[in-house]
Design a protein. Structure first.
Length: 234
């Protein structure tokens, strides 16, 4: 039992209940660097640590690095998005301003996304030129941030699967947030098996089968519902 009154995700009763909603663990895409692979441009990783352990126990994590998939290798020169003087967005090498990246990032992203099936959510690396979701800096030619955009891979992913819920590593600030995410993914994957629970949640939450709305529920409300759920299973 955690200090905030919720049980951990690995609590047998909770995990067993979730599996009655979806006997097969839901598939969730995760950036390979967040999964502990040394695939960043500098040869390092950004593992989610204990969060990764908890998620792996309940979900089928599909690990992917779009820059490695495009043949960029590791280590590699860093890249960035630049808005040119003509107003065009261009992926350029950080160390060679004005020189466009010639690796097939967009083509490989389209190919990978078209090959996937049954993805229920995605956990991606914030600020990445490939994987960022509304957090990737678009720079002017002078190096100033013009706006925040999606990375090339996430942009393609969102176009291919417009209903897919995408979060980055900053979502998982507390253990109860991990529980909330996993419960929501299982409910999404297990429709209509979880209708009774969905109806219960609908009494207060803007759920309606939409995982993104489920996760966007105000913190106080969602914590209360998680506590109610795990107490009933206890």
């Amino acid at each position: 039992m955690n200090q905030d009154g919720t049980k951990t995700l690995l609590e047998p009763a909770l995990l067993q209940w979730l599996k009655t909603l979806s006997p097969q663990p839901p598939k969730v895409l995760i950036s390979a660097c967040l999964a502990g692979q040394n695939v960043r441009y500098d040869g390092r990783e950004k593992s989610l640590g204990q969060v990764l352990t908890t998620l792996s126990a309940a979900l089928e994590l599909v690990q992917h690095c779009p820059e490695m998939d495009a043949g960029m290798g590791v280590p590699r020169k860093p890249i960035q998005w630049v808005q040119t003087s003509k107003g065009q967005r261009q992926l350029q090498w950080v160390e060679q301003p004005g020189v466009a990246v010639d690796f097939p990032l967009r083509e490989r992203a389209e190919h990978w996304c078209q090959q996937q099936a049954e993805l229920h959510a995605a956990i991606i690396k914030a600020r990445s030129p490939s994987c960022g979701k509304d957090t990737t800096p678009l720079l002017s030619e002078q190096g100033d941030t013009v706006q925040w955009i999606d990375g090339v891979f996430v942009h393609t992913l969102a176009q291919t699967y417009p209903d897919l819920t995408i979060v980055d590593e900053h979502y998982f600030t507390r253990e109860v947030d991990i529980v909330w995410f996993v419960v929501g993914v299982y409910l999404q994957a297990g429709k209509p098996a979880g209708l009774e629970t969905v109806n219960l949640l609908n009494s207060d939450l803007p759920w309606q089968g939409n995982l993104e709305q489920f996760l966007d529920t105000p913190t106080q409300d969602r914590d209360r519902h998680v506590q109610t759920l795990v107490s009933r299973l206890g």
